[in-house]
Design a protein around this ligand. Structure first.
Ligand code: EPU
Length: 470
């Protein structure tokens, strides 16, 4: 690999980054989402990569630190730009964040927490969806909060109505301003009975982060129960919260007056683990994903087996490879314990190499199959049905909103010039380019590095042939 990145990109230093020892690869992704990769494909990826803590837990646990009266220690935090956004936001609110001795260890000291200047918060507008989760903790701490308009991947409307309705239930006053939302709670927050219209991950986290210090009890029905949410509950329990759950998506929270800091190692990133597994299948390679665990990936592993992939669960990770020719499958994305929406994009690349007709129903987001157009440009045969496929039995007929992709395979993939649309779609372009014959150009790769730590180093370790050209 010849790269401009592992070593020579300029770096930015902000007050949020004091004491930082970040790798320059990761550092560069903050400013250069327009990075371009030139990839020479057609070779299997082989080797070992390690996954760290989950992006979708670490960022939330960092926000939870605001609720404690003492310093929290979070371990295995991935060095990705979403983490950096939260770190900057915490910094803007007077939370001191320092790196600990271990790689990926953060110390978060909320003792100097203050209201942030709107301009400082606004500087992060558009960068991530995590700011919405600051609402509850800031309302408890300061009685008010300003949340900028939210960014994150463009994979549907991604509204925040469940969040705002829940906060109103706790007694918050919500005002929409140009550029963001102002919240206040002059009378403090009180426990509430809330039923989510859909088991939203973010809205469940919102309720947890708000209810733990609200006056009285909260009952949350139709909650999301993703492993990252269970890990957030573990974090909050370490802080002194009282939270229990029932098997039917009901979470009960008894509010307490004070919470302390926590010491916690983040759950592994099962989205990244599934991404590397799909890369092994798509390129006919063999990848050992260090840190991956079976329990949180049962549903994914079933699909790997059905599609003709092979895996070995070991003490320290899971080895993925093809077990022979790949076979077509039908998959429906769903909330946990279903097949995660974040897994379908890399899987679809592998399905282009499977024999027969595969169908992927996307039921979580209304617009998460658009990325397949670029795969067609590379030789795939994928037809997207924007309103879903009529007929057929759906395992969980919970939502009307549905798109379906029908994939015919196997089709050889060839090189193309493609632009990354979002995090998971973008990752799937990289593995498609690695599976394809010829030299592809993948643009806007910085978007992928929002969620994949040391992407270039890992690709290099696996024997990928690529340059960073811009
Ligand atoms: N929704 C609403 N109103 C709301 C909130 C959600 O209608 O107020 C809808 C969304 O539009 C979507 C569905 O509910 O159609 C599910 O959204 P959810 O709230 O569960 O998603 P999220 O919390 O915004 C997190 C992850 C996503 C992951 C989803 C589903 C983080 C930072 N993001 O998003 O991760 O796809 O849960 O598991 O935790 C990714 O990592 O690439 C990513 C997009």
């Amino acid at each position: 690999m010849k790269t401009l990145v592992d070593g020579v990109q300029p770096t930015r230093t902000s007050s949020a980054e004091r004491g930082s020892h970040r790798s320059q690869e990761a550092e560069s992704s903050v400013q250069n989402t327009a990075e371009v990769l030139r990839i020479r494909g057609g070779r299997p990826l082989r080797g070992r990569v390690e996954v760290k803590g989950a992006k979708n837990l670490a960022t939330k646990a960092m926000v939870a630190a605001l609720l404690g009266e003492t310093t929290s220690v979070l371990r295995d935090v991935p060095d990705i730009s979403d983490v950096r956004v939260v770190r900057s936001l915490l910094d803007a609110h007077g939370v001191r964040v320092d790196n600990g001795a271990e790689e990926g260890e953060l110390h978060l000291d909320p003792s100097g927490a203050v209201s942030a200047h709107i301009e400082e918060i606004d500087a992060h507008a558009g960068a991530s969806r995590i700011p919405i989760l600051f609402c509850g903790p800031l309302l408890h701490l300061l009685g008010e909060a300003f949340i900028p308009d939210l960014g994150g991947c463009r994979i549907g409307d991604r509204p925040i109505d469940f969040h705002l309705d829940a906060l109103r239930n706790f007694g918050a006053i919500v005002e929409k301003l140009p550029g963001g939302i102002r919240l206040s709670a002059p009378a403090g927050l009180r426990g509430a009975d809330i039923r989510l219209p859909y088991p939203s991950v973010g809205a469940t986290e919102q309720v947890l982060l708000t209810a733990v210090r609200a006056r009285g009890a909260t009952e949350l029905r139709n909650a999301a129960i993703e492993p990252e949410i269970m890990d957030l509950i573990a974090v909050l329990q370490k802080m002194g919260a009282i939270i229990s759950y029932e098997p039917n998506r009901v979470i009960l929270i008894e509010g307490v007056d004070t919470l302390r800091g926590y010491d916690h190692r983040a759950i592994f990133d099962r989205n990244e683990a599934a991404s590397w597994a799909a890369a092994a299948l798509a390129t006919d390679g063999e990848i050992f994903v260090g840190g991956a665990k079976q329990q949180e990936m049962l549903t994914f592993l079933n699909v790997v087996r059905k599609v003709g992939g092979d895996f070995d669960v070991r003490e320290d990770g899971i080895l993925f490879r093809r077990g022979g020719d790949l076979r077509a499958v039908t998959v429906e994305t769903d909330v946990h314990p279903g097949f995660m929406t974040d897994w379908q994009q890399p899987l679809i690349v592998a399905l282009t190499q499977a024999h027969g007709e595969s169908v992927v129903h996307e039921t979580v987001y209304e617009n998460r199959l658009g990325f397949t157009a670029a795969l067609n440009k590379m030789g795939a045969d994928i037809v997207v049905h924007p309103n879903g496929l009529s007929g057929g039995v759906r395992r969980v007929p919970r939502r009307e909103l549905e798109q379906a992709a029908v994939i015919h395979g196997p089709t050889p993939l060839h090189a193309a010039d493609v632009v990354v649309p979002d995090l998971r779609g973008g990752y799937s372009y990289v593995i498609a380019a690695l599976a394809a014959e010829g030299e592809s150009i993948v643009r806007n790769v910085g978007i992928i590095r929002r969620g994949y730590e040391k992407l270039f180093t890992k690709l290099d370790t696996l024997g990928a042939d690529f340059d960073v050209v811009g």
